[in-house]
Design a protein around this ligand. Structure first.
Ligand SMILES: Cc1ncc(COP(=O)(O)O)c(C=O)c1O
Length: 448
């Protein structure tokens, strides 16, 4: 198969019987794919792949097939070069220096904030706070906004498909402040129901914090609808965009959320940088997160006053080089076009689900309807432990993720100890799906 993915033409009828724990769609019967047609020019994966040096390497003597993008993505040469350029030509601390290097570095850092803000439709760069990752962004809201606004007897609503980073901080808020943590369960198709969300909202609900795209099920949750419900109930809405911002066009105004958290390393950028986008009025009112340099205005012996947004939330020397390189990654994605990124992954996941269906004993997890899932295929194979699967496909050069995916409550709901997961990005091809499926067939044969 050619490595260039054709424009989306998956137009087969839905298979309404397919569910989380039943047989996968048969070739030519892709469930819920109707209406997914795109005339967008397809991504030229052959050219894209040349931008990613790591894709040239071999693993166990085989070409690397990297299908662990939900864990972290690979980096294009341009992003790696941005780091080198920064350290070779500009390195200085920002905001305080008056010398040329400090001014250049400050300008590049703040320009990065503007570009990243534009990428998600922020109305002003001051709404874009740099953190270390999605985890820290969510913890920031829990440690600041929630500390001030959640009282004993209040509720926080999350779902059973959350990553641990969107569970543990709320458990702490609940314990510390006497609040209740409530869960929206997902059904056998890996989806939540809006009427269930509505039934769990009460006047005591202060926050709904929900993953936009699940890293386990691939489910794309209707977060804009949930935000409307939350606001009608008087609650705020935080969206965990760790998996959605890298793979879908995401605009905070369209989502109607109050906070959005995401990580650079999952979207072609370096590790060590995340973003918390927040509504200016909320960020203005919230107390600071960490105390120290940068975040202050005046420091007296007893008390201090704080800097303006966004620096009020960026104590200490930030991750300057990685923030700048992150904006290079965002430019790269913008040039590809997020609509085309989405269409490419939809085509790949449709093909993957179809091909995985040929593996005896396989169970696929996640929604029937392709429109409501991202480029993630989670599965298990009867009689083969996910870790064995992971190791056997690794011998063929294929990198997938196995285990609980930092989502133990979701594993509990699925009634499994773990799953195997292939997750796709802009450089993946149908050929790579074929390599994965061949490796899985070998594993299945070995254990049958
Ligand atoms: C849905 C989701 N939320 C949050 C996270 C945490 O991201 P990070 O480790 O970059 O903080 C992940 C990471 O896999 C994720 O998939």
């Amino acid at each position: 198969m050619n490595s260039r993915v054709n424009p989306m033409r998956v137009t087969t009828p839905p298979d309404s019987k397919r569910s989380m724990a039943c047989l996968p769609a048969r070739p030519g019967q892709l469930a819920g794919a109707e209406g997914i047609e795109s005339e967008l020019p397809s991504l030229d994966t052959a050219t894209i792949r040349r931008d990613f040096p790591i894709l040239q390497r071999q693993v166990h003597g085989k070409p690397l097939v990297y299908l662990d993008n939900a864990a972290t993505s690979q980096k294009p040469r341009r992003v790696i070069q941005a780091l080198v350029d920064y350290y070779e030509g500009m390195n200085a601390n920002i905001h305080r220096g008056v010398h040329a290097l400090a001014e250049e570095a400050t300008d590049a850092y703040e320009a990065a904030r503007q570009r990243i803000g534009r990428f998600i439709g922020a109305t002003e760069p001051a709404e874009v706070l740099f953190t270390r990752n999605t985890t820290e962004a969510i913890n920031l809201v829990a440690a600041t906004w929630a500390r001030e606004n959640v009282r004993a007897g209040d509720d926080i609503l999350i779902t059973a498909m959350e990553h641990h980073s969107n569970i543990v901080p709320w458990q702490w808020v609940a314990e510390r402040q006497g609040a209740r943590l409530k869960y929206v369960e997902f059904g056998p198709g890996g989806e939540i129901k809006l009427d269930e969300v509505a039934s769990l909202l009460t006047p005591r609900t202060k926050l709904v914090s929900m993953v936009h795209m699940s890293n386990v099920l691939g489910t794309i949750n209707p977060v804009a609808d949930v935000a409307r419900l939350a606001h009608d109930a008087g609650a705020l809405m935080l969206v965990d965009g760790a998996q959605s911002v890298p793979h879908l066009p995401v605009n905070v105004a369209d989502l109607g959320c109050d906070f959005l958290a995401f990580s650079s390393h999952k979207m072609l950028g370096p590790t060590g940088v995340g973003v918390l986008w927040g509504r200016r009025d909320l960020l203005d009112q919230m107390p600071p997160f960490l105390g120290g340099g940068e975040m202050i205005d005046l420091v007296g012996r007893e008390r201090s006053t704080y800097n303006a947004l966004p620096w009020k939330y960026e104590a200490g020397t930030p991750n300057i080089a990685d923030v700048i390189a992150f904006s290079t990654a965002v430019d790269y994605l913008s040039e590809l076009g997020m609509d085309r990124v989405r269409a490419h992954e939809l085509e790949l996941v449709a093909y993957a689900l179809e091909q995985l269906g040929s593996v005896p004993g396989i169970t696929l997890y996640g929604p029937d309807a392709l429109q409501r899932r991202g480029g993630v295929a989670s599965f298990s194979i009867e009689g083969v432990h996910p870790h064995d699967l992971g190791q056997i496909v690794d011998y063929e050069g294929v990198a997938i993720r196995v285990g609980q995916h930092c989502c133990q409550p979701a594993m509990e709901s699925l009634k499994v100890g773990g799953t195997a997961r292939a997750s796709f990005y802009v450089y993946n091809t149908p050929d790579e799906v074929d390599t994965l499926v061949r490796a899985l067939l070998q594993a299945q044969e070995m254990f049958s």
